[in-house]
Design a protein around this ligand. Structure first.
Ligand SMILES: [Fe+2]
Ligand SMILES: [Fe+2]
Length: 240
């Protein structure tokens, strides 16, 4: 793709994401709850549990994309290599979320004992498998595009949690250390978009998945809030 065209396309997606994030953060019940000054680390714990659930599938659905790449050109092979390398790099990142959860002093958790994901999280997981295994082979780039570059959007929400729940960097490795890795991944995606011969249809598919997967992830945040509030009513049974 021509460098100038690619740069304009990336800029337009970033602008669209700015607007989408603004509307998500303004409407999110979880953000509203955090902004009340909540000190309860169990809310963050529930978020980390759901994050563990969907993050463990990221490497798997990323790897599955290769079954959908025709592999007829050097660029398609280059893209297949990117998918496999990225899958490899994402493998095990869910354990950062587990580490953070176990650092909170609210219990010791193992993945085997987790309840199944919330319906919103299951829906995100199914969605990501579906767009990885079928349809346009480039469309999963839309998910990576926002996910790898998203940290700047929720800095103020994270700071509120850090302050009110008295969290240290060691309780937030999924965000703190991960954001360094993802800065590199974000640059990699932008370079890849520039180097691939993407058609108008490919770009439309990427754009669609970018917005849909972000909205599905926002639903996970709402699910965390709903689960927290409903469990709070039955305080003695509170389960992470
Ligand atoms: Fe990751
Ligand atoms: Fe990443």
């Amino acid at each position: 793709m021509d460098k100038t065209v690619a740069a304009e396309l990336i800029l337009s997606w970033e602008k669209e994401l700015d607007l989408e994030w603004k509307s998500i953060l303004a409407d999110s019940p979880l953000v509203k709850l955090i902004n009340t000054g909540i000190e309860d680390r169990r809310l963050y714990g529930l978020y980390l549990r759901e994050t563990f659930h969907y993050t463990r599938h990221n490497s798997r659905n990323q790897a599955l994309v290769v079954q959908n790449i025709p592999g007829n050109t050097v660029q398609e092979i280059q893209y297949a290599k990117y998918c496999l390398n990225h899958a490899l790099e994402e493998t095990g990142h869910e354990f950062m979320a587990l580490h953070d959860l176990n650092s909170l002093g609210i219990g010791h958790f193992t993945p085997q004992d987790f309840p199944e994901p919330l319906p919103e999280t299951r829906s995100l997981i199914h969605y990501l498998y579906s767009i990885s295994e079928s349809g346009n082979p480039y469309q999963r780039l839309g998910y990576s595009f926002w996910a790898e570059g998203s940290y700047r959007y929720f800095q103020s929400v994270l700071s509120a949690c850090r302050k009110n729940m008295q969290l240290a960097n060691n309780n937030m490795t999924f965000f703190v250390q991960h954001s360094d890795i993802d800065d590199h991944h974000y640059q990699e995606i932008k370079d890849l978009i520039t180097s691939l011969p993407l058609t108008t249809n490919d770009c439309k598919a990427i754009n669609k998945v970018m917005i849909e997967s972000l909205q599905q992830t926002a639903q996970v945040l709402s699910g965390v809030c709903r689960s927290y509030e409903s469990q709070l009513k039955r305080d003695k049974e509170f389960k992470i």
